[in-house]
Design a protein around this ligand. Structure first.
Ligand SMILES: NC(=O)C1=CN([C@@H]2O[C@H](COP(=O)(O)OP(=O)(O)OC[C@H]3O[C@@H](n4cnc5c(N)ncnc54)[C@H](OP(=O)(O)O)[C@@H]3O)[C@@H](O)[C@H]2O)C=CC1
Ligand SMILES: CC(C)CCC[C@@H](C)[C@H]1CC[C@H]2C3=C(CC[C@]12C)[C@@]1(C)CCC(=O)[C@@H](C)[C@@H]1CC3
Length: 343
């Protein structure tokens, strides 16, 4: 770290201290991750990258209440707004000389709608377990366009984070001391929801599924491009977790009402992690894992057994490598346009 101003409570951060940044850290899985990381390694420097200063300060207070000595800094960034990402990256470069972990966790699923006819026909099909564990075909969303003319879901879940990584290359790429990117993807990521000719999903009605598949593709290419430079990327699925995102699909009282059913479903699928703490399992597990020991083609899934035991399941991803390369080229082109506009 560079400046005294960023050492909370007037303490300097020494070179050994790991620097961890989490986007979307003020609630849900992001906040649970921060809590668990501090419990595991109290000495780390944690930076909460959030769009709302008020909510970020609230999260920081909560973390400090549980871990009074913790070193927690805040950074304002709206990942749906490319200009905000460039500004944030500038600030990060002024504050830090390196980033050990960058958790790319912020994400949205706006205006979700349940396809009830798919739900009821799925209930009596062979795919019922898959339907409940991935939500495949059950949800549609209504996307919008931001001021740059970019799709909102794509920018928030993928592109804003991509720009952040590219802007922070110097802090992330140290071949002797590798850094790790950890994406909060989803088992809802589906190749058939992604169209390489329409990577922003302008035409479809499943932008969330498409964006999470895009994350999976991107992570694969990032590993190809950056491993030699000391940067590694992994994708995680936290399972189905009760957070603001899921309370946006169905009201909180409904989820509470069907909680016994969800515990029952847990007997058949280990993906109903339900609490943010359980959902953060794979994200915490990756912290401290040697990046070279990780498989770039695997999605690490937080899992909770019927008896409530947490563990991580490694599932091979079904990604199209040609689409991955084509998508990366698309991102690089779009980045060049944004660089011209904002740099
Ligand atoms: N809940 C679940 O079942 C699952 C969630 N996930 C993924 O987990 C991640 C975390 O979601 P979850 O904890 O569930 O939901 P939450 O809504 O609780 O958390 C989302 C976080 O992202 C932040 N965020 C959203 N938009 C932006 C933005 N434009 N700029 C900066 N931050 C932003 C939110 O901030 P704010 O408070 O300001 O809105 C919030 O802190 C997401 O990527 C989601 O797709 C994946 C699989 C399952
Ligand atoms: C469980 C109940 C009796 C009925 C609930 C039906 C649906 C609302 C859920 C069934 C599977 C769920 C699911 C998700 C959302 C809610 C369901 C569709 C996700 C898509 C939420 C976000 C993610 O990223 C996925 C991992 C979830 C997969 C399962």
């Amino acid at each position: 770290m560079k400046e005294a101003a960023w050492s909370v409570k007037g303490r300097w951060t020494d070179a050994e201290r790991k620097v961890v940044m989490v986007t979307g850290a003020n609630s849900g899985i992001g906040l649970a991750l921060c809590t668990r990381l501090l419990a595991r390694e109290p000495s780390l420097h944690l930076c909460l990258a959030c769009r709302s200063t008020v909510r970020a300060e609230g999260a920081r207070r909560e973390l400090l209440a549980a871990h009074p000595g913790a070193d927690v800094a805040l950074l304002r960034v709206d990942v749906s707004d490319v200009e905000s990402v460039y500004r944030a990256a500038q600030q990060i470069k002024q504050r830090y000389t390196r980033l050990d972990y960058l958790y790319l966790n912020a994400g949205i699923m706006p205006n979700p709608r349940i396809n009830w006819s798919a739900y009821f026909s799925g209930l009596f099909s062979r795919n019922v377990v898959r339907m409940f564990s991935t939500g495949e075909g059950l949800l549609t969303q209504e996307d919008s366009v931001n001021e740059d003319g970019l799709q909102h879901v794509f920018t928030t879940n993928v592109f804003g984070h991509f720009i952040l990584i590219r802007q922070l290359e110097d802090l992330l790429c140290h071949p002797d001391t590798p850094s790790q990117l950890v994406w909060t993807s989803s088992s809802n990521a589906r190749a058939s929801a992604f169209n390489a000719s329409d990577p922003q999903h302008k035409k479809g009605c499943e932008p969330y599924s498409s964006s999470k598949y895009a994350v999976d593709l991107l992570s694969v290419v990032l590993n190809q491009q950056y491993n030699e430079k000391g940067l590694y990327s992994s994708v995680v699925c936290p399972g189905l977790v009760m957070t603001n995102m899921t309370y946006n699909i169905l009201p909180a009282f409904f989820w509470t009402l069907i909680l016994p059913i969800m515990w029952l479903i847990r007997m058949f699928t280990n993906t109903y992690t339900l609490s943010p703490k359980n959902g953060a399992e794979a994200l915490v597990w990756l912290f401290g894992k040697k990046p070279v020991s990780l498989d770039p083609l695997v999605k690490y899934k937080s899992s909770t057994s019927g008896m409530g035991k947490n563990y991580v399941q490694a599932d091979k991803m079904n990604v199209n490598l040609e689409d991955a390369e084509r998508f990366f080229e698309y991102l690089i082109k779009l980045e060049a346009e944004m660089n011209e506009k904002y740099k």
